[in-house]
Ligand binder design. Sequence first.
Ligand code: EZ4
Ligand code: CO
Length: 455
Amino acid sequence: MATRSHGPGRRNFLKLTGAAALGGPLMAGGTELGGGATSPRPRGLPPLKITEVRVIVTCPGRNYVVVKILTSEPGLYGVGDATLNGRELAVATALEKHIAPLLIGRDPEQIEDTYQYLFRGSYWRSGPVQMTAVAGVDLALWDIKGKRAGMPVYQLLGGRTRIGALAYTHASGSDFTEVEDAVRRAQARGFKCVRAQVALPGLEGTYGTSGKQKSEEQAGRVAQQADLPATELFEPGPYLRTVPRLFAHLRSKLGEEVELLHDTHEKLGPIDAARLAKELEPYHLFFLEDLLRPEHKESFHVIRQHSTTPLAMGELFNSLWDCVPLISEQLIDYIRCDIGHIGGISAARKVAALAEAFHVKTAWHGPADIGPPTHAANIHVDISIPNFGVQEMVFFPEVTQEVLPGSPTFKDGYMNVDDTPGLGTDVDEEKAKKYPYQRAYLPTARRKDGSVQDW
Ligand code: EZ4
Ligand code: CO
C-alpha cells in the first residue's frame, strides 16, 4: 500500500526544525519560549515583541478596565477587558505593577505560554483579581494574533459551528404583570430567551429587580453601582413562595414557546434550592441559574436528586478547576463562567472542551459590568464550539460604545461578530480620558435580623 510522500524537501525541513529544537531546550518554531523573539523563524511572519502595556481605567456609564498591549510592529496592538465590578482598581494595580513588567519583551504570539506563566508563575494562583487581570492580557493577545493572521478570533478557534449565538436578555418588574410586559417587549425585539426576576413583597430591591426598569437596556444593567454599597433585604421564605407563582403566571399568559430563565444569584441553601428547582419543574425553564454559593459544589447532589429543572452555575468561578466537579459529575447542564474572570479565551476553551465531554453546554456570563472585548470573546467562543448553549447579553449605551467601540451585534434573537480580524473591539484612549474612574460598589444584602446574606 502506497504511503503518502511529502517529498524530500519536506523531510529535510522537519529534520532541520527538529535539530533546531534539540539545539536549545526552549526553542520552538525558531522562537524561544518564555523570552524574547530572538531567532529567525523558518518562514512566515517576522518575530514580534510586546513593547508596552497600557492599563486604561474609564467610566463611560460605568467603570471599565481596559488592557492595551502594543507590539514591535508599528500599529499592531491588542485590546482586552479586565473589569471586575467593584474591585476595578485592584485589577488595574495588579496589571500595572505586577504583570506588565513581566510582559515587556515577550512574544505576544505565545498565548498559552503566557497564560500558564501568569496563572502558575505567580505561585499564588487563581482568585478573581488575578484571573481577571490574566483574562485582560489573554484577550489582548488573541486580538493581536487575529489581527496578525487577518482573521477573526473564531476562525483561529476552529471556525464557525453556527450562524450566531442564541441570546437572552433580562426582564424584571415590581409585580407579575410588569415582568410579563417586560418579557413581551423583549420578544418584540426578537428575543427567544428571557430571564425573568420579580420584586418580593416587603423586601425592597431584591437582586435583579432594583428600581423600576423601563427598557431592556436598563433591565440588562441590573448590577447597580453606588459610591458606597447599598444594603438589600432578603428572606428565603417570600422568595420561595413568589418565584414559582411568577413562572405560573408567565406560562399561563405567554405560553410554552418563549424560553424562560431565572437567576437565584447564589442566595439559597441546598434544601431550599432543591425545593425551588422542584417547584419550577412544571414551567419548563431553559435553566435555573446559580442556586448555591460557589463554595458548596457538593450540595448540587441534593438539588439533582429532586428535580429535572436544568441547572446553570459558574459566574463566580475563577478557573477551570472550579468547574471540574460540577461538570465531571454531571451536576449541572450549563456552565456559565465569566470568560473575563477565569483567565480569558485560553481558559474558556478548556472549560468548553471539558463540558463537551460530559454533555454540559456553555452559557458564559454576559452582564453590563464586563466590557465589550469580553462580550466579543463570548461570541467568538460561542460560534466556534460544538456545545454552546445560550449567551447572556446587554445593549451597551452609546457613551460606552463611543469609548469601547465594536461590540457584538444582535439580530432576531442571535448575537454575532463580523469578520474584522481579532476580537473586533477597540478602545478610544482620548475619549476614555473624558470619563475618569468613579468609586462604585455592588450592593450587599442582609436578612431581616441584620445578619449577612449573599447578594
Ligand atoms: O450580578 O455581573 O447573571 N448575571 C448576573 C450579573 C451579576 C453582576 C455582578 O457584577 O448575575 O448581573
Ligand atoms: Co447571574
